[in-house]
Design a protein around this ligand. Structure first.
Ligand code: AQP
Length: 340
């Protein structure tokens, strides 16, 4: 099936499960803004609070993190006049479609999801059912808009494949061409930003070590300190990319530099090849502060007016439901629900 029958439409979201990291920004949020400004797509960006509660969240914290995430989106350049900005739980069609998808997805598919295994850890029997079903809700988040493109970091690739499998099976089982086969958009030099303490681990907002990540709200001194202390090796930077083989920490810092500066990795190595980390790290810290500080200040300004954030989210939910209600109704008709 070709996507041509579908409006080019972008959907993506993040969990309000903690402050955003540089990984969330470079892997996803920066792309949200670029795709919004390209003018090719309708864009819908979401705070996925229902996903966040698949692991325990303090209720008051969840509400404030949700507003903080909305402020981060806007501060980074998501424009509520150009994009639809929503909080997931305010658009009930996400969960209604998710139930249908729970009946489409197969146990074997879900059991293969590596994120569940990572997050549930050794105690899988004690994980919430919601954590296990998470990817079916994610498929519904995307497909309830008939979204054709989803900008995400590399860690979400498997969930996007599952979304495509669910759409394909639904279309096949019911003999329709109803859901698009959504394309992941995993692009840029930093699709998987790694921990500053361990080059084999993803930078993550829920990592217990704050030194492992750069938070979007870290001040200049904290950013400089974390980069200065980032794990590296004693060798100088190479002049070519293949010189970064087997040097995951060095590669991570070079990728971060390229993504922040919007230049290629080759260009970074052309400019900094031969430099020691004692020189490269301060240059990276300066660049990170230059790019992140204005976003952090704008977030603080926006968070001074919580009623305005709530108003934008309520308006976003209304705009979203103009798209989601007809798609859910048609899904119910296809499935055979009386009164759809
Ligand atoms: N380290 C990363 N590098 C590149 N992209 C990343 N993303 C997350 N970490 C990196 C992308 O950010 C988006 C938001 O993801 P999420 O909020 O659904 O949670 P996640 O993927 O599980 O990210 P975290 O930071 O690791 O959150 P926690 O710790 O709460 O689980 C996604 O597009 C993701 O690819």
């Amino acid at each position: 099936m070709s996507d041509s029958q579908f409006t080019p439409r972008v959907f993506s979201g993040m969990q309000p499960s903690g402050g955003l990291t540089l990984g969330n920004y470079l892997g996803a949020l920066k792309r949200y803004v670029e795709m919004q400004n390209e003018g090719t797509y309708e864009t819908i960006y979401c705070m996925v609070d229902l996903h966040a509660i698949t692991v325990w969240q303090d209720p008051a914290e969840l509400a404030s993190k949700t507003r903080e995430l909305a402020a981060a989106y806007i501060a980074a350049g998501v424009d509520p006049e150009k994009s639809i900005l929503i909080n997931q739980s305010q658009v009930p069609e996400h969960t209604q479609l998710a139930w249908i998808f729970n009946t489409v997805a197969r146990m074997g598919w879900m059991q293969r999801m590596t994120q569940f295994k990572d997050k549930a850890g050794k105690n899988a029997q004690n994980a919430s059912l919601g954590l296990f079903a998470y990817p079916a809700l994610m498929a519904a988040d995307i497909l309830v808009y008939h979204a054709t493109h989803v900008p995400v970091g590399d860690d979400q690739k498997q969930h996007l494949e599952l979304t495509r499998d669910i759409a394909t099976k639904f279309n096949h089982d019911y003999g329709v061409d109803f859901f698009p086969i959504t394309e992941p958009v995993i692009k840029g030099a930093a699709t998987r930003v790694m921990s500053l303490r361990d080059g084999s681990k993803k930078m993550s907002k829920s990592d217990t070590s704050d030194a492992s990540r750069i938070n979007m709200t870290d001040d200049a001194d904290t950013i400089a300190k974390k980069i200065r202390k980032a794990k590296t090796d004693p060798e100088p930077l190479p002049s070519e990319y293949k010189g970064l083989d087997d040097r995951p920490e060095a590669r991570n810092l070079v990728n971060i530099y390229a993504a922040l500066a919007d230049i290629s990795v080759d260009q970074v190595l052309a400019d900094h090849g031969g430099a020691q980390f004692g020189t490269f790290k301060p240059a990276l810290a300066e660049l990170a502060v230059e790019k992140l500080s204005p976003i952090a200040s704008e977030m603080t300004r926006l968070l001074n007016d919580v009623p305005e954030i709530d108003r934008l989210l309520a308006r976003g939910a209304e705009q979203a439901r103009e798209i989601t209600q007809p798609i859910l109704k048609k899904t119910y008709e296809i499935v055979g629900m009386v009164g759809a």
